[in-house]
Every structure is written in C-alpha cells, then in structure tokens.
Design a binder for this molecule. Structure first.
Ligand SMILES: [Zn+2]
Length: 307
C-alpha cells in the first residue's frame, strides 16, 4: 500500500507498555455489570477467537455473554487512557494510523451520502484504535492478545496487539501490508455495523439456534464492508500490485473451515461463527468490486446456505 500521502488518524490510543493494558489485570477489579454487550461482544471479538487456548476462549465467552461464565472473569477493571497518537518514528503505529485515517475518509463519505445498508445517513462517528500489549481492559470486559484484534461496541474502540501481525504472517501465512490493513478495515466494519444497527440482529438471536448463523452473517458483512473500503482506497491510488491478493489470502486463512481443519483436523459447520474461507473471500470481493456498501446486506440473503 502507498501511504505517503494518506492523512494519519489522531484517533489512536497507545496503551503499549502500560501494565494490564490500561487496566488492573485479570481478577483484580471489582465485578461490575456488563453493559448489555452480551453476544455482540463475542461476535465482534476478533478474527481468530479459535486460536485462543481453550481456557481463555471459555473465559472470554463467559465474560461477554454475561452468562455466569465464571464470576472472576467478569470483573472489569477501571480503564486507564493511554497516550493519544503515535510515538515519533514508530513505523508500525504510523501504518495503522494511516489505515485508520483512510477508513475515516471512506466512511465519512459513505455516511454523508447515505450509501449504506438500511439507507442510514448521518455523521460518521470515528472509532478509536487502541494499541495494547498482552492484555487490555475494555467496556466489554478484559481480553488478552490471544483473542486477536477485536471491536468493543460498548466503548466504540478497536483493540489490537500488533504482535497479531506476526501470527498473521507466519502462522496463518498471510503476510503483507494490505493483509494487515484488511484486519483493521474488518474491525472498522464492525463499528460501521454498530452505527447502522446491524448488530441488533445478532443480539436478538442470542441463545437461539440462530445465534451462530447470525454471527456468520455479521462477520461476512464486516468483510464486505472491509472490501468497500479497499475499493475506495484503490480508487485513491493507495493499492499496489499484489495488495488485493494479500487481503484475499488473509480472508481465506481465517475462514472457519480452514481454522478448524488446522486446529482440530475436521470441520463442524454448526459451530461456524465467521464463515468459510470461500465465503469470506467472496464477500470481501463483493465489497471490493462494487464499492457499494448496500451490496453488503448479508442479512437480506434469505437462505443461509446461499450466503
Ligand atoms: Zn469480526
């Protein structure tokens, strides 16, 4: 990606180097009521929940469903704000602030023109991207890097431990700057969904048979919205040869079927929450090719098997 001319976002909160990622760490805080995030928290949590060791995964799920998944794990520590913006000369931070700035430009424009699923129109509220190391306290609960990058609707912040990019490049074999940008664009997609009310479908399905299918619809829509961003970034001359393939390789690598085959050796479609590799690539492509966010209405596809 060419980022030289891209405006940098100032909505970066740097909590790296802070103990407990700006919170008091696990189990140390007072239990507080979860803010009704419930399932949405889980759904939106990260691209690679499957990579979390089982214990952590269960804890996170227990936390975010608010379903009594361990009292100690539902403790939320007081958040401390990090420093705003990137330290000078920090290239990794500079890169994410450029990508975030690019998403702001794109979604400002789509929100003002009303070119969104559901015909929503209005001002785009820019999310904050929090950089952390190891673990972090959020309005959705505490999380560790093991869950991968995620978005918390409760505080409208994206959370990423940049070491995930190592995982993406090596373990998932999806290297490249545009693969990294796609990760941010996907999480920003969840923020867009939060703003346009798409997350309510998933919330309504909580505890029902539709829970996982709704999650898949939400995740594929976030991929499509990431594609819309890619379309506009390309129109702005930011993409270089090979960039699109990097995003598609990443989308393939984090498909539920591919992840499950890698972790357990077989595939259980009923437990899918993000969609297959093929679906994730296809919905990204749909947004990328059209540049039209109204094409991203995964909730309008009647037959789940046709998604
Ligand atoms: Zn997601």
């Amino acid at each position: 990606m060419r980022m030289d001319d891209q405006r940098r976002s100032t909505n970066i909160e740097d909590r790296r180097g802070m103990r407990g990622g700006g919170g008091g760490g696990f189990g140390g805080g007072l239990p507080v009521r979860m803010r009704g995030m419930g399932l949405i928290g889980i759904i939106i949590l990260g691209l690679v929940l499957l990579f979390a060791p089982a214990g952590i995964r269960n804890m996170i799920i227990g936390q975010l469903t608010g379903g009594g998944g361990g009292a100690s794990s539902s403790a939320v520590s007081t958040q401390q704000a990090g420093t705003q913006g990137c330290p000078q000369g920090d290239q990794a931070c500079d890169f994410v602030s450029a990508v975030l700035g690019s998403t702001e430009d794109v979604w400002n424009s789509h929100f003002s023109s009303g070119n969104l699923p559901g015909g929503v129109r209005g001002a785009y509220e820019q999310p904050t991207l929090v950089l952390f190391e190891g673990q972090v306290a959020t309005a959705c609960g505490n999380a560790t890097s093991a869950v991968g990058p995620f978005y918390c609707p409760g505080d409208a912040k994206l959370y990423i431990d940049l070491s995930f990019y190592e995982t993406l490049a090596r373990r998932l074999r999806a290297p490249g700057d545009f693969a990294q940008a796609y990760v941010i664009a996907h999480e920003v997609g969840h923020h867009v969904q939060n703003m346009i009310g798409a997350t309510r479908y998933v919330d309504q399905a909580r505890g029902t048979r539709e829970q996982n299918p709704m999650s898949v619809r939400l995740e594929l829509q976030a991929d499509c919205l990431a594609g819309v961003w890619g379309h506009d970034a390309n129109r702005g001359g930011q993409l270089e040869a090979g960039d699109l393939d990097e995003a598609l390789t990443a989308a393939h690598a984090i498909g539920d079927d591919t992840l499950q085959r890698g972790s357990q050796g077989y595939v259980t479609p009923a437990s899918f929450t993000h969609g297959t590799s093929e679906q994730r690539q296809r919905w990204f492509r749909r947004g990328y090719d059209s540049g039209d966010a109204t094409q991203c209405d995964t909730f309008a596809v009647r037959d789940y098997n046709q998604l």
